[in-house]
Structure formats: structure tokens, C-alpha cells
Design a protein around this ligand. Structure first.
Ligand code: GLU
Length: 310
């Protein structure tokens, strides 16, 4: 009962490293529909921690693309690249509880560890630097990265699209990085702090991030944030089964906007998602009237590139 009084807050959290591709638009559309169909609030946040790959110009174009699609937002919270002091504060809270330790492993050391890895490319960290003595730590001349100790405990997520997902953090992930040696904070910490401080109650994003969710749930618990509801939506695949990415220039909005209207694009994606029976043009606003998660397909979607590039 009490839960129903908490305002619904969703978010777009794009990385401004290029034009949105069809898969990004698909996830953004579902995030928007989920919020707007229940009169929730939508927050926009630029995830630009990697300042080498991201730019203010891409961020500007991203806002413009969302507006063209009719995917509106109510407020924009500060870009992650401006938030180091905020992250420092949460980092110190973890450090005070002795949950963090410095890690001196080099990239090649980490890659030589023959451990299976998560789908996001993260290796299961074997704990090499977990129990170093102070003298051992002082013997390194380089600056360390910082890792968070994880418990040997299973986290279970009830995902709106993927159903029940379980992960034992110690066995399937290992102690993970929260800050790089150059002082840049990692996505896992930043996303939890930013979603938590913005009061986000639901996270809708691509299924490629499903395996990150247990790490984020653990951080939410440690930092005292409530857990949002998750929906990890299907991925869009090319005919050969590859995930679409920003490298698929034919299917980014720079190209698509010259060939289709926003309604055509949204109609096609809504059909692919299982929300309408035929891919006829429709606006996001019209779709919001009948949106329900029960209708959203659970399988990944193959994209017929010829449909968009006649
Ligand atoms: N910034 C990430 C991306 O653009 C999304 C992260 C998230 O939604 O948690 O893929």
C-alpha cells in the first residue's frame, strides 16, 4: 500500500558517444512508455564518465533526437563527468566501512587470468590484491584502482522482461572496480548514486546490462538507496545475430532521420516489441494510452536492415 504513494520516476541514461542506434531507441521508447502510461516523471542523465569517447556535441544531438522522437523528459540531472565530488562522498562512505581495497593489477595481469567472464567483458576477479599487507601495498610505485569486496551471496532480481535472475556476486563476478587508477569513477558506482539521488524507481534498459544489476543492487543496499524495479528489454540484432551497435551507421538516427518519420520508426519498433499488430505509423503519445509490460515480447528482435535502407 505504502509503495503506491511513491512517485514513479524513470530515466534515460544515454552515453553520448555517438548517434542513437535503433536498439537505443527501442529501449528509450519502452522506458518512456512505461513511465508516461502511468503519469510518472522522466529524468535524463548523460553518462559521460568516459570523456575520451563522449562529447557535449553528442549530448546535444542526443537531446535533439529524443525530442524528434517525441520522447520527452521532465528534468535533466547533471552529467556524470561533473559529479566527481558527489561520487567521492559515497566512495568514502564505503572506504570507512573497510569495504574497499586498492588493486594494483595491470590490465595484462587481469587478462591472463583464465577465469570465465561476464557478458560485459568483466573478468571474475580472483582476489589477487584483496589481502595485501600494508608493506606490500607500499612496494608498488603506481597508483591503485579501487575494488569493492563482494559477499558470497546470491542476489535475485525479479525483472519485468527477463523474469527471475540470480547471481552470486563472489562466485560469478568477484570484487569489482569502483574507481580507476586515474581517479575516474566506474559506471557501477555512478549509476547507483545518480539513480538513487534522482529518486529513480524504475530502470528500463537493454538486456546487455542484466548482469550488472546484482552489483548495483549490492551497492544500493550498502549506500542506503531503495531498489528500483528493473526491466531489461530485448536486444535488437542484425540478420546474422549480432547486436546492433553505434558502429551500425545505417541504423543510427543520423541516417534514419533522413529516410523515415518519427511515427514510422516508432510504429516499426512498437510492432517489433509486440505492442501493435502491424507496423503502421504511430506516435509515442498514442502508444502510451495502451501500454502494458505484459504485451512486451521477451525475445530479442531481428532487424531487417532492408526495411530501413531500401
Ligand atoms: N549509459 C548506458 C548506455 O548508454 C546505460 C546505462 C543504464 O541504463 O544503466 O548503454
Amino acid at each position: 500500500m505504502e509503495k503506491e504513494n511513491i512517485p514513479l520516476v524513470g530515466r534515460f541514461a544515454p552515453t553520448p558517444s555517438g548517434r542513437m542506434h535503433l536498439g537505443n531507441v527501442f529501449a528509450a521508447l519502452l522506458a518512456w512508455l512505461s513511465v508516461r502510461s502511468r503519469d510518472g516523471e522522466m529524468v535524463l542523465r548523460m553518462e559521460d564518465l568516459d570523456t575520451q569517447r563522449t562529447s557535449a556535441e553528442f549530448a546535444r544531438v542526443l537531446r535533439e533526437d529524443l525530442t524528434w522522437l517525441g520522447l520527452t523528459w521532465d528534468r535533466e540531472t547533471p552529467a556524470q563527468s561533473t559529479r566527481n565530488q558527489v561520487y567521492d562522498d559515497f566512495f568514502h562512505r564505503l572506504a570507512e566501512r573497510e569495504l574497499l581495497y586498492p588493486c594494483y593489477c595491470t590490465r595484462s595481469q587481469l587478462h591472463s587470468v583464465n577465469a570465465p567472464h561476464l557478458s560485459d567483458g568483466t573478468y571474475i576477479y580472483p582476489g589477487t590484491c584483496r589481502d595485501l599487507t600494508q608493506a606490500q601495498r607500499e612496494s608498488f610505485s603506481r597508483k591503485p584502482a579501487w575494488r569493492l569486496r563482494v559477499p558470497d551471496r546470491e542476489y535475485t532480481l525479479e525483472d519485468r522482461c527477463c523474469g527471475s535472475f540470480r547471481q552470486n556476486l563472489a562466485q560469478e563476478c568477484g570484487d569489482f572496480l569502483v574507481r580507476r587508477a586515474d581517479g575516474v569513477y566506474m559506471y557501477q558506482l555512478a549509476v547507483v548514486v545518480d539513480d538513487g539521488l534522482a529518486g529513480v524507481t524504475e530502470v528500463v534498459r537493454g538486456r546487455d546490462l542484466l548482469e550488472s544489476a546484482p552489483r548495483q543492487m549490492y551497492l544500493q543496499e550498502l549506500l542506503g538507496f531503495s531498489k528500483p524495479q528493473y526491466a531489461h528489454v530485448p536486444m535488437l540484432l542484425s540478420a546474422d545475430g549480432r547486436r546492433l551497435s553505434k558502429r551500425d551507421k545505417d541504423l543510427d538516427l543520423g541516417q534514419l532521420r533522413s529516410r523515415v518519420t518519427p511515427e514510422q520508426l516508432i510504429g516499426w519498433l512498437a510492432h517489433a516489441a509486440g505492442l501493435i499488430d502491424t507496423p503502421e505509423p504511430v506516435s509515442a503519445r498514442e502508444l502510451a494510452q495502451n501500454f502494458s509490460w505484459e504485451r512486451v515480447k521477451k525475445e530479442d528482435v531481428f532487424v531487417d536492415i532492408d526495411h530501413f535502407c531500401p
